[in-house]
Design a protein around this ligand. Structure first.
Ligand code: NZQ
Ligand code: ZN
Length: 390
């Protein structure tokens, strides 16, 4: 195993009875909070009342930024920074899914930055984050892991770009994970969230480096949790056992543990971010469509043993021939995504062949010429994978 330092500073409040604790946590930073949320789901499922009530009961002053969209736009962050400055807030609280948390991260970093926050994302114009407002999150959708990581993904429709950035300075100080808050997530976003969790896990799992047996076994546990409880949550949206296991799996897929001690490089996310940037599709759906095609594209003598291992450990395959087991594992993954209601072709989500070349080119620009993943890939590889997804 390779040397590593592991430090994850986010305090987790997990369960149904912690909302009353957040005001106390925030008060260690000040009395004025910017509450950031999305298009309104928190107003219909009771989360808004719970959280705003807890903030007011705790004596905090609350300013609100609503309307953060899926694939969050830089414009929302600009608006949030303005509100935060005008109201001299001491703390930002994101209440929502990954889009809301990611937008809040950019607000926290942009608060102390003089230029346009898009520079922070692109690292343009010498932008450097040296200070950030403290952030907390109340997670309402199990998917991205943004609740316990330092990353953020922001879309700029003007440049047709969706880019990741991050700094430990914007990692949440605490996150409230109440699985019951995810009961109202519809089947589409529940399934997309599962695919996102599984993709984060597979991005970390699929390396040809096999010395991190513990981390890889943990990754298999996360994948098994999704395969086992995903269908349960879809059939019984209020099933606490399913929602809680999925929520905790989502957090651990990307909080730094399963990629310790091994070299990892992500392949599918850079390809998906172009689909979302060009067509504004749901992130997890794009990942589910791409992943089986990517695995088939990179399947060879070197990669087959790890793919076969996933098939055996996660899908219970008993095939002893490595290549056949790897092939069956890819089929099993495809059929799992299909079974949870994900449309498995790009044309099903409104993507035809007109922009494939442009997306492949943009992907390689954003990955600086090569995707260094399970297998290194160039522009032709990406284009072939996109074509296989049509
Ligand atoms: O806006 P509202 O009304 O809240 O509705 C949202 C939104 O329409 C809805 N929703 C959220 N919680 C709900 C709910 N509906 C009912 N009940 C609830 N409890 O779900 C819809 C999707 O929300 P969104 O936040 O966009 O989903 P997700 O959490 O999947 O976030 C996706 C974004 O995160 C980025 C993605 O690229 C995408 O932009 N990612 C962030 C990462 C990170 N920060 O580490 C890593 C990921 O790989 C990913 O790239
Ligand atoms: Zn993701």
């Amino acid at each position: 195993m390779k040397d590593f330092i592991y430090h994850n500073p986010t305090k987790i409040f997990f369960g149904t009875d912690h909302a009353h604790r957040i005001a106390e946590e925030i008060k260690t930073y000040g009395d004025s909070v910017l509450m950031v949320y999305g298009g309104g789901s928190i107003k219909t499922n009771g989360v808004y009342d719970d959280i705003k009530g807890a903030l007011l009961d705790g004596g905090l002053t609350v300013t609100e930024l609503s309307g953060v969209q899926p694939n969050p736009r830089v414009a929302s962050a600009r608006e949030g920074i303005r509100l935060a400055r005008d109201n001299q807030v001491d703390f930002v609280l994101a209440v929502g899914g990954g889009s809301v948390i990611d937008c809040a991260k950019l607000i926290c970093a942009g608060f102390y930055y003089d230029g346009d926050p898009w520079n922070i994302v692109t690292k343009g114009h010498g932008a450097k984050v040296e200070r950030a407002l403290p952030l907390g999150s109340v997670l309402t959708l199990s998917a991205t892991g943004s609740e316990m990581d330092s990353g953020s993904v922001i879309t700029n429709p003007d440049t047709q770009e969706k880019l990741g950035w991050g700094t430990p300075l914007v990692q949440p100080k605490f996150s409230l994970l109440n699985p019951a808050y995810t009961n109202s997530v519809n089947p589409w976003h529940t399934a997309a969230g599962l695919a996102d969790i599984m993709s984060h896990t597979m991005e970390n799992y699929f390396t040809v480096y096999d010395d991190a047996f513990m981390q890889d076994s943990f990754a298999e546990g996360i994948l098994k949790t999704c395969v086992h409880y995903g269908p349960v949550a879809l059939q019984e949206p209020d099933n606490y056992e399913a929602r809680s296991n999925i929520m905790w799996a989502g957090t651990w897929a990307i909080n730094g543990l399963i990629d310790t001690g091994k070299p990892t490089a992500w392949s599918v996310h850079p390809m998906e971010h172009e689909l979302s940037a060009f067509y504004d599709i749901t992130h997890g759906v794009g990942l589910a469509i791409l992943t089986p095609r990517w695995l088939r594209h990179v399947l060879d003598e070197t990669t087959a043993p790890k793919i076969a291992r996933m098939g055996r450990q996660v899908f219970g395959l008993v095939e002893s021939d490595t290549m056949k087991a790897a092939d069956a594992a890819i089929d099993a993954l495809y059929h799992f995504f299909e079974s949870i209601g994900i449309p498995m072709h790009l044309k099903d989500v409104g993507i035809d062949d007109t922009q494939l070349e442009a997306m492949a080119a943009a992907c390689l620009v954003h990955t600086k010429g090569t995707i260094h993943g399970f297998v290194d890939m160039n522009e032709e590889d990406v284009l072939e994978i996109y074509k296989a997804c049509l």
